[in-house]
Design a protein around this ligand. Structure first.
Ligand code: GDG
Length: 470
């Protein structure tokens, strides 16, 4: 439960993100309060926050105005957005323009000038709020594509700050980025940071190439010389998860019990395929479900022996393409189950819902073949979470080449999700490989994810930002 902080709080370490990681809670007396929600980023930054009396600035996701409060040694500073701003800055420019454009334009990005104006205005508000909170010489870490203008806006107000920026989604190649009517503004916005972080080296290279060609700045490898004589670093920091946290959660007796129950409820099949995603058109859900459905229809998978569980967490349901996607998936799943199912045996268990972490861990434990098939993904944490939950080294991960995670998780069963036949072959291969092959691959994958966890990600970034040696 949060306690109110008096006046304007200040901090020497500030995280700025679109969302404040909080959930509304209902107290026993019927009043409501807020508490931090445990996401990977919050978990990773909590120690840094506590040591530095840190502050987190973000939109709290509700229409009412909310005063700053503190919880777990972290100060939370809500930024309010009007209904129109939510529609234009968040659903519009962020999720209707930048999200599809940065993901290979797998859906058409829309360009509307009033969306852009709202994006600028909201970024200004975040910069204002941050400037008021950051102490002299503070370290500020700005997150993601919704806030790409904040670094430069903040530097204009507060040249004394150390500013870092991290992009969680892919940074696209020149040919795509050039479509943006506001391409130069975005590049200049990001260049306000001292350090610009990307998931992959390719994203950092795209960025450096763009500033050279579009802004005619001098660059040398991962360094950019700005017009005002600063040096900006552009580097890759592949994000990860709280690996040991997931590992321990999955090992707990209650999760083990729940995993058994899930398997039992599914009819104790030989093979459980599992998909877990936000319901998003970048995640390759259509391809995955089609591939599985064809394998059942062709008789290569027996619905008594193999099932697919697909969790699709509701997401951005006020954006058109997301509504369309939901309808498409509903129809596709319905058709496959209708054509190939029997009483009590639908081949696909489709859950349009969001579950607590414990249930996710139980699903990861219950599954045999995890299927992660995005058409484009900055990293994909689901793949890493699955691996962290596989203490027995059994099971397999089928992973799209187009997820950032594929660069690190080389021992997964890599696949091109656009190639439905290839995907079908890979699913069957992963299912039929021996336990020895699975164990060999899984041990390698687990080593990778344990060595490179979210703490390491955060300290690599922050050490580079503050110039510390690690
Ligand atoms: C963006 C980038 C990048 C999902 N359903 C439930 C649930 N989840 C959790 C997963 C996972 C997270 O949501 C999803 O993370 P992903 O990385 O898979 O994908 P995005 O949401 O698109 O994330 C991505 C990431 O940022 C980090 O930089 O990897 O590329 O697109 O943690 O477990 N969690 C719970 N219930 C659900 O039903 N509790």
């Amino acid at each position: 439960k949060g306690k109110k902080t008096s006046s304007t709080p200040t901090a020497s370490f500030v995280v700025v993100a679109n969302r404040l990681a909080v959930d509304r809670i209902e107290n026993a007396d019927g009043s409501t309060g807020w508490r931090t929600s445990p996401g990977g980023l919050v978990t990773a930054l909590e120690p840094v926050m506590r040591a530095n009396d840190g502050a987190w600035i973000g939109w709290h996701g509700a229409p009412e105005k909310l005063e700053p409060f503190s919880t777990n040694g972290m100060q939370l500073i809500p930024v309010e957005l009007s209904e129109t701003e939510v529609a234009q800055y968040y659903e519009g420019l962020s999720n209707g323009t930048l999200w599809p454009l940065y993901h290979d334009a797998v859906e058409n990005p829309e360009f509307h000038r009033e969306w852009w104006d709202a994006y600028v205005a909201v970024n200004e508000r975040f910069a204002d709020r941050t400037a008021a909170v950051a102490e002299d010489g503070a370290v500020v870490w700005v997150q993601d594509y919704q806030l790409q203008l904040v670094p430069a806006m903040l530097r204009r107000r507060r040249p004394d700050l150390r500013i870092g920026f991290f992009l969680h989604i892919p940074f696209p190649p020149l040919e795509l980025f050039q479509q943006l009517p506001w391409r130069n503004q975005i590049l200049e916005g990001m260049l306000g940071a001292d350090l610009v972080g990307f998931q992959l080296p390719g994203g950092a290279q795209n960025f450096v190439r763009l500033v050279r060609q579009r802004l005619h700045l001098q660059t040398h490898r991962d360094r950019v010389r700005t017009a005002d004589g600063r040096t900006v670093l552009a580097r890759a920091y592949p994000i990860s998860i709280d690996t040991s946290g997931f590992n321990e959660l999955a090992a707990s007796p209650s999760v083990e019990q729940r995993a058994k129950q899930i398997r039992h409820d599914l009819g104790d099949p030989r093979t459980i395929f599992l998909g877990v995603d936000r319901l998003d058109y970048t995640k390759g859900l259509r391809q995955r479900i089609r591939a599985f459905g064809e394998l059942v229809r062709d008789g290569r998978l027996d619905p008594d022996e193999a099932v697919l569980v697909q969790v699709a967490a509701p997401s951005r349901d006020r954006v058109d393409q997301y509504r369309q996607l939901r309808d498409d998936i509903d129809m596709l799943v319905g058709r496959i189950n209708g054509e190939t199912g029997r009483i009590g045996r639908p081949p696909i268990t489709y859950l349009h819902a969001s579950y607590p972490r414990e249930e996710m861990a139980a699903l990861y434990r219950a599954a045999d073949i995890m299927v992660v098939t995005p058409l484009r993904d900055g990293m994909n944490l689901v793949a890493k979470e699955f691996i962290a939950c596989r203490q027995d080294d059994n099971g397999a991960l089928v992973l799209s080449e187009f997820a950032g995670a594929a660069k690190e998780l080389r021992q997964a069963y890599l696949v091109n999700p656009y190639d439905i036949n290839g995907l079908k072959e890979r699913l069957v291969e992963a299912m039929n490989d021996s336990p020895r092959v699975h164990a060999r691959r899984m041990r390698y994958l687990r080593k990778q994810v344990f060595e490179n966890d979210i703490d390491r990600w955060a300290s690599l970034f922050l050490d580079d930002l503050t110039g510390r040696e690690s």
